[in-house]
Design a binder for this molecule. Structure first.
Ligand code: TIH
Ligand code: FE2
Length: 294
């Protein structure tokens, strides 16, 4: 069940360098030729991108801007209610537009003085070592397409809303980017595939789907919850387990529906100590010992 690539859709490259994106069974855009053509065009632009260049500019359509508006408007109040303090600080500092899809290149410019992070475009599946290794260099691989208009509240695939509204607001705050950088450094340090998967699962259950206790209730800090107007309303009803590295690093998950098991930190400080401390120091041997303890 664990893929060796970060959860983006698989692609096939054709002779002319253009790309075709594989959509999974049940994907809302599967039978929509206009959407598929659009996905292929945006992925092709990313496939032609070279490191060091700014991400390609995408000519977003009115319909795509409208999906962005619908999701941002829906999330505005929900973030105030359910997002953790550090995320709200990042959101305020970043100041994303709510009325149109922004370009990754302008977002990188805005992040530069805040945390130094920059986006780079993902055409499709990015090998885990590349995805995490980039984090160590303050670079974040991101898709640029917009989710299908029929399902604005939840998409099983990361789209530009997830990358920008979910991750971007965290990439704007140093307390978060220290964690992203630590995850990247950890992946650069470990050699075995088992250790890589363990680190990656801890990332999934924290920076993608983590929740944290605050004095007035359980809040979300994981980007996957914060970019989904549907899931953000449900996370408090899921099975909430305490923050535990061995448990997170060895628990399987299914990307295609709401996460039923979540791990809650007692505070953001505990997250920094436990998870940041783990990524700062873990080795193949220390992870092997944790896996044996499971
Ligand atoms: N489910 C998220 C959303 O609807 O915004 C996107 C994803 C996050 C992580 C994996 S897919
Ligand atoms: Fe993500």
């Amino acid at each position: 069940m664990f893929e060796e690539g970060q959860y983006f859709a698989p692609i096939t490259k054709k002779g002319d360098g253009s790309v075709s994106v594989e959509l999974s069974a049940g994907h809302p855009g599967l039978e929509d030729p206009t959407y598929r053509e659009r996905r292929d065009r945006i992925a092709t632009a990313a496939a032609r991108w070279e490191p060091g260049e700014p991400p390609p500019l995408i000519d977003y359509t009115d319909a795509e801007h409208e999906v962005w508006r619908v999701v941002c408007e829906d999330l505005r109040g929900k973030h105030r209610e359910y997002a953790c303090r550090e995320y709200l600080d990042g959101k305020e500092a970043f100041g994303l537009p709510e009325d149109h899809v922004p370009q990754l290149t302008e977002l990188s410019t805005a992040l530069a003085p805040l945390t130094g992070f920059a986006y780079q475009p993902a055409a499709g599946l990015v090998p885990l070592r590349d995805f995490y290794g980039a984090l160590a260099d303050h670079r974040f691989w991101a898709t640029q397409y917009v989710r299908h208009h029929s399902v604005p509240l939840y998409t099983p695939e990361p789209d530009v809303l997830h990358e920008v509204v979910g991750h971007g607001n965290t990439l704007a705050d140093r307390r978060f980017t220290q964690l992203y950088e630590a995850a990247g450094a950890a992946v650069r340090r470990v050699e075995s595939d088992e250790a890589l998967q363990f680190v990656s699962k801890v990332f999934w259950f924290t920076l993608e789907f983590g929740v944290v206790h605050e004095p007035d209730g359980l809040k979300a800090y994981g980007a996957g919850i914060l970019s989904s107007p549907g899931e953000i309303e449900e996370f408090r009803q899921m099975t909430i387990r305490p923050l535990d590295l061995v448990d997170m690093g060895t628990t399987d998950y299914d990307i295609t529906h709401y996460q039923e098991v979540l791990f809650a930190a007692k505070s953001f400080g505990q997250l920094q100590d436990v998870v940041g401390g783990f990524w700062d120091t873990c080795t193949d041997d220390s992870i092997e010992a944790m896996r044996l303890a499971a």
